[in-house]
Design a protein around this ligand. Structure first.
Ligand SMILES: Nc1ncnc2c1ncn2[C@@H]1O[C@H](COP(=O)(O)OP(=O)(O)OP(=O)(O)O)[C@@H](O)[C@H]1O
Ligand SMILES: [Mg+2]
Length: 419
């Protein structure tokens, strides 16, 4: 097991395409890091450079305390699990797991010990004599992981290992990988474009956009304090709502009325004519179910709900609204780039399951202004998070990573290093 350190890593492909740009990242020994981003953002390229399947154009890669740029893949002693986990169909599960040990001419007794230890861990004991064709997708996945485990590699690297599985199995495997990683305590880098996987699996998540790191943070930090529109729109489902607002002094003119941010969220917006307000669905509520003490922290406004979706424990309501054309275009661009759910000019609000608001009727909604973010539509920066960082406020990070430096600060260079 080892730490993985990347310093200003770049990848230029033969045809000149600059796929990975100045990526610097410190992955601690035993840490579980997720690389996430839309298709083509450079996730696989970065992973393949770590494993050694792709040359590093510039920058330095260290595994443990050793520079490995020039090392062949087999000398890096990393274990990679791919999307289609190439099992040998003619070999049994046992021999599939044993494969790397056979290659290394490991004595039979040791092979047997290691395979059985891995199969215990992966609960594959009753399948050891079977062929991969007769296994379920999840079992095959575990065999592939078994092969990675017996090698006693320095780190596990996964490239979208679950993308071939159906939704239910994916959920199960996700939990299983997470559990296994904790049990083994092995440094893991995991690529996915699925933001749910990103949020549930990792200690830290690296969000990539066109080869550039946007933010490195715990899932909770990404969710609560995304540094820009891209991260805000990518993380979270349904996505964050964006509402255009015209700045008039300290008042924000929105399609839903005039709002003033509370002191905890106030910002110097001089120099900005138009901003985008970001609010997660759960920052809204049916005004009639909000208690009087809480109500004062937000605003109540009228809206017409066009669709509601009741999910038993919660419900979503959709509120279309008008926005200026350039804002609409910007949101549409972002939506295309994120390859995501619609970020149209509609609010998706989460309401208490007890709410009786009906479709097609005017309703009174409440928005918690303490949970609103202000974005600059030009630079796409989250001005609220920027101001927090400038004030030196440690962004609240309840994920228990208290002793890690704020990754957004140290690794993207977008903010001062926090104490
Ligand atoms: N051999 C190559 N030559 C030139 N460009 C390449 C090559 N391989 C990949 N690219 C480009 O580099 C970019 C990053 O590719 P990469 O495979 O790393 O994306 P990704 O983030 O893994 O996407 P996906 O989610 O679709 O797997 C893409 O724009 C791709 O077209
Ligand atoms: Mg890929």
């Amino acid at each position: 097991m080892a730490a993985i350190t990347m310093k200003d890593i770049n990848k230029r492909y033969g045809d000149g395409f600059h796929a990975v740009k100045d990526v610097s990242l410190d992955i601690a020994d035993g840490e579980f890091v997720i690389l996430v981003g839309p298709s083509g953002c450079g996730k696989s390229t970065l992973l393949r450079m770590i494993v050694g399947l792709e040359d590093i154009s510039s920058g330095e890669l260290r595994i443990g305390d050793e520079r490995v740029n020039e090392k062949a893949p087999r000398d890096r002693n990393l274990s990679m699990v791919f999307q289609n986990y190439a099992l040998y169909p003619h070999l049994t599960v046992y021999e599939n797991i044993a494969f790397p040990l056979r290659l290394a001419k490991t004595p039979d007794k040791e092979v047997d010990e290691r395979v059985r230890r891995a199969s215990d861990l992966l609960e594959l004991n009753e399948h050891l004599d079977r062929k991969p064709a007769n296994l379920s997708g999840g079992q095959r996945q575990r065999v592939a992981m078994g092969r990675a485990i017996v090698r006693e590699a320095q780190a596990f690297l996964f490239d979208e290992p679950l993308s071939n599985l159906d939704a239910k199995l994916r959920g199960q495997m996700r939990t299983e990988i997470s559990r296994l990683q904790k049990r083994l305590g092995i440094t893991t880098v995991y690529v996915t474009h699925d933001q749910v996987e990103a949020m549930t699996l990792g200690d830290r998540v690296v969000v990539l956009r066109r080869g550039v790191v946007q933010q490195v943070a715990s899932p909770r930090e990404l969710y609560e304090n995304p540094v820009n529109l891209f991260v805000a729109g990518f993380i979270g489902s349904p996505p964050m709502n964006f509402i255009s607002a015209t700045v008039v002094g300290d008042r924000l003119h929105t399609p839903f009325g005039e709002w003033t941010l509370p002191p905890s969220r106030s910002l110097d917006l001089s120099g900005h004519d138009v901003v985008l307000l970001g609010a997660r669905p759960e920052a809204f509520e049916d005004a009639s179910v909000v208690s009087d003490t809480v109500r004062d922290h937000g605003v109540v406004f009228d809206a017409t709900i066009d669709v509601t979706e009741w999910l038993g424990n919660e419900q979503y309501a959709y509120v279309p609204y008008e926005a200026p054309e350039d804002i609409r275009n910007r949101l549409a661009d972002l939506e295309r780039e994120l390859d995501s759910e619609a970020m149209r000019t509609q609010l998706v609000v989460s309401l208490d399951a007890s709410s009786r608001i009906a479709e097609g009727t005017p309703a009174s909604l409440w928005l918690d202004l303490r949970r609103v973010h202000v974005f600059d539509p030009e630079s796409e920066t989250n001005l609220t998070v920027q101001a927090m960082q400038e004030r030196g406020e440690q962004a609240p990070d309840a994920a228990g990573n208290g002793d890690q430096p704020s990754p957004a600060a140290s690794e993207t260079g977008e903010a001062p290093t926090l104490p």
